[in-house]
Design a protein around this ligand. Structure first.
Ligand code: NIG
Ligand code: FE
Length: 428
């Protein structure tokens, strides 16, 4: 899934009040470098560090972006979203508030299947039109790379349609959108009487078709009592791996159902949720270098009073990413810095761990550690300028946004005017 159609530009970002490059060690206490600059040439970082060290020859004639003494970080990475869907499940959110559980709602015919019905009924154009502003909403929050999964089609035709929309969104916006095939998200009603045949179809027909059309980089699977067993999920992920799709897992979200063990066994790039993963599970995943993806937005939507803890994962030696899990059922939010607020307030994560979780570690969860999530020579010129120069502020002030400007491959793609309005380039 190489991108050749998005050339980069050159930009000299100067007067940075505080720079977090997220280079190993640098962001660990959230302090970063003061009075800094970033030089981007042809979309790639050439230099990131003290402004006094900038090679004046290298920046001669380059367009300048004045960071106004604000905080600058790498472009944020949202490594787990289900952004292409139709319809709303606000009524389920309300029902949970009144005491019904997610599983009970699913058993009564709600849940993923309801979104599948509305998504199947939507045309490709309708799906694209509803998803496009969501990608721009992500950009406004500073998210310059995001993963988007299929999983609300659940038949081959609808799954391919969603993945085509994901590809088109990538082409139509400055964002890098990483596509994931999540055909094994739930068992659709028409397949309930013969699950084995259904899993067989995913393995023998769907995966080859997705790979043939070059529509996904990853294969994910919802391993859970209300979705696929560890054995079924294993079949799907192994078939994906053999066909060239890197495995990821929705693991141990609602119960300890074997997803983490499977992630370790198969060497998944990342495992998401992990609310019920045991210490042994975490140790096994750490040994295999699986990145843990925590999704505290689900805690809000599911009405939980506990959030997944970052400490046990980090103690086990796992890298920890945070993501919105943006989806209509369990996490109707695109606010990635709000996830950082929850991480600091409820999940025992430090400021440095929190920044890493939405930049460098989130990039690792997508196998993109070499390209995004850091500001160092050779990395993509993706960055966010915040109004504040204090690294805690974007999490301390929750629910809003402190984003001032967003740069993608050296191009300013979002900017806030002095009145607080956000203006976007023409045509968006
Ligand atoms: O990541 N866990 C599985 N999938 C989604 C929920 C999807 C839905 O309820 O529509 C998640 O939480
Ligand atoms: Fe998810």
């Amino acid at each position: 899934m190489k991108k050749t159609d998005k050339p980069g530009s050159s930009l000299f970002v100067r007067r940075i009040g505080r720079l977090l490059t997220m280079e190993p060690g640098e962001g660990s206490d959230g302090t970063g470098t003061q009075d800094a600059a970033v030089v981007i040439r042809d979309g790639e970082v050439l230099f990131a560090g003290p402004e006094s060290d900038v090679d004046r020859e290298a920046v001669r004639g380059m367009p300048i972006l004045d960071a106004g003494q604000g905080l600058v970080t790498p472009g944020l990475v949202d490594c787990h979203t289900h952004l292409v869907f139709a319809g709303s499940r606000a009524d389920e959110f309300e029902a949970r508030g009144a005491g019904l559980s997610y599983e009970e709602i699913t058993r009564r015919g709600g849940g993923i299947i309801r979104t599948v019905e509305s998504t199947r009924a939507a045309s490709r154009d309708e799906l694209f039109t509803s998803a496009l502003p969501r990608v721009w909403m992500a950009l406004r929050q500073g998210i310059t790379t995001l993963e988007v999964m299929s999983g609300y089609g659940l038949n081959l035709e609808a799954e391919l349609r969603i993945l085509e929309v994901v590809r088109d969104l990538d082409r139509a916006t400055p964002s890098d959108i990483v596509p994931t095939f999540l055909g094994a998200h739930a068992v659709p009603p028409e397949a309930r009487d013969d699950r084995e045949r259904h899993v067989d179809a995913i393995v023998k027909e769907w995966i080859p078709a997705v790979v043939e059309a070059d529509l996904a980089r990853f294969c994910d699977c919802f391993c859970e009592t209300v979705a696929f067993s560890r054995k079924e999920a294993g079949k799907v992920l192994r078939a994906g791996l053999e066909a060239g799709l890197i495995p990821k897992v929705h693991a141990d979200q609602l119960s300890r159902s074997g997803g983490s063990q499977l992630a370790a066994e198969i060497g998944a790039v990342s495992a998401a949720h992990l609310d019920f993963a045991s210490k042994n599970d975490l140790d096994a995943m750490a040994r295999k270098g699986v990145v843990g993806v925590l999704l505290p937005g689900c805690g809000i939507s599911l009405g939980q009073t506990r959030f997944p803890e970052g400490g046990p994962l980090l103690d086990a030696g796992m890298r920890v990413a945070l993501s919105t899990d943006f989806n209509p059922g369990t996490s109707m939010t695109q606010n990635l810095t709000l996830m950082g607020t929850l991480a600091m307030a409820y999940m025992g994560m430090t400021i440095g761990e929190t920044w890493a979780a939405i930049t460098s570690s989130a990039a690792a969860a997508l196998g993109l550690s070499h390209r995004v999530g850091r500001l160092a020579p050779g990395y993509q010129g993706d960055l966010v300028v915040f109004h504040t120069n204090e690294p805690r502020e974007p999490f301390y002030e929750y629910g809003g946004s402190q984003v001032s400007k967003v740069v993608k491959r050296g191009v300013v793609v979002v900017q806030r005017s002095e009145e607080g309005e956000i203006s976007l380039p023409a045509g968006t």
